[in-house]
Design a protein around this ligand. Structure first.
Ligand SMILES: [Zn+2]
Length: 251
């Protein structure tokens, strides 16, 4: 039998399977994303001290199976921190659900994702302590993208490195470059670039650079900045996220 392994983990998704089991997808600190089956999860309070539900933060114990995608989840104990308390706030539920879904979309079961784990952990902590804000959403999106290897650039022109404000009132976000170009370099950018007010680009650059929880309290970008991030996400995620429509209505 394979050895039992353990890691801190956050539950991204869970569903019942048969009478007493749960199938669970988690983002772990040490092993990237994992999906597993928890036999008897609905009955055994001894092995599953922590319920395996979205947002649960647990110390996960599991065994790999020689063949097959799902690991055997053997135990789930109390983790280092508790899940954020968000039940009574629709905006928090919407943003939290989006955070989990985006984390699932931007990580894989083949690669470790310690940075993404910490981004999600910090973001859920901030969500538990303060209101759900658009700046918090944008901070999370940019941090998670950075953890996935896609650092977006809003502070400087991707081509000539001047700052957006030096070149007047607008910059242009180019999806293929993952960042903005200035007015002077605009002729070298493709047709579909997203025009952004310089103020929006500056707001995103500040949010990206600030630590939690200050980032969530900063001014968010305008709709142009939100569109730039959404276009970039759409270019690397091959499906529509279920939580986006609800979130867009809430914040
Ligand atoms: Zn430029």
């Amino acid at each position: 039998m394979p050895a039992e392994e353990s890691t801190p983990a956050i539950v991204l998704r869970a569903r019942d399977y048969s009478e007493s089991d749960r199938i669970v997808t988690l983002l772990t600190r040490h092993f990237g994303k994992l999906s597993g089956i928890a036999k008897g999860a609905k009955a055994s309070r001894r092995r599953f001290e922590r319920k395996l539900e979205p947002f649960s933060q647990v110390a996960l114990y599991f065994r790999r199976r020689p063949h097959g995608q799902l690991v055997f989840i053997t135990r789930a104990e109390r983790g280092e921190t508790d899940a954020p308390v968000i039940e009574d706030d629709l905006a928090k539920i919407a943003l939290g659900s989006y955070m989990l879904e985006l984390a699932e979309a931007l990580t894989s079961e083949e690669a470790e994702a310690a940075d993404a784990y910490h981004v999600l952990l910090d973001a859920l902590g901030a969500l538990g302590r303060g209101p759900a804000t658009l700046a918090m959403r944008q901070a999370y999106e940019m941090r998670l993208l950075r953890a996935a290897g896609f650092g977006l650039e809003f502070a400087h022109c991707r081509l000539c490195a001047t700052t957006g404000t030096e070149r007047g009132g607008a910059v242009y976000f180019v999806v293929a470059r993952g960042g903005v170009v200035c007015t002077r370099c605009r002729p070298q950018a493709p047709e579909g670039a997203v025009r952004m007010a310089a103020a929006s680009a500056i707001a995103l650059a500040r949010i990206a650079a600030a630590p939690w929880p200050e980032a969530a309290a900063l001014s968010h970008s305008g709709a142009d900045g939100a569109l730039a991030i959404a276009r970039f996400l759409a270019s690397i995620i091959d499906r529509k996220l279920r939580s986006v429509e609800f979130l867009d209505k809430m914040i």
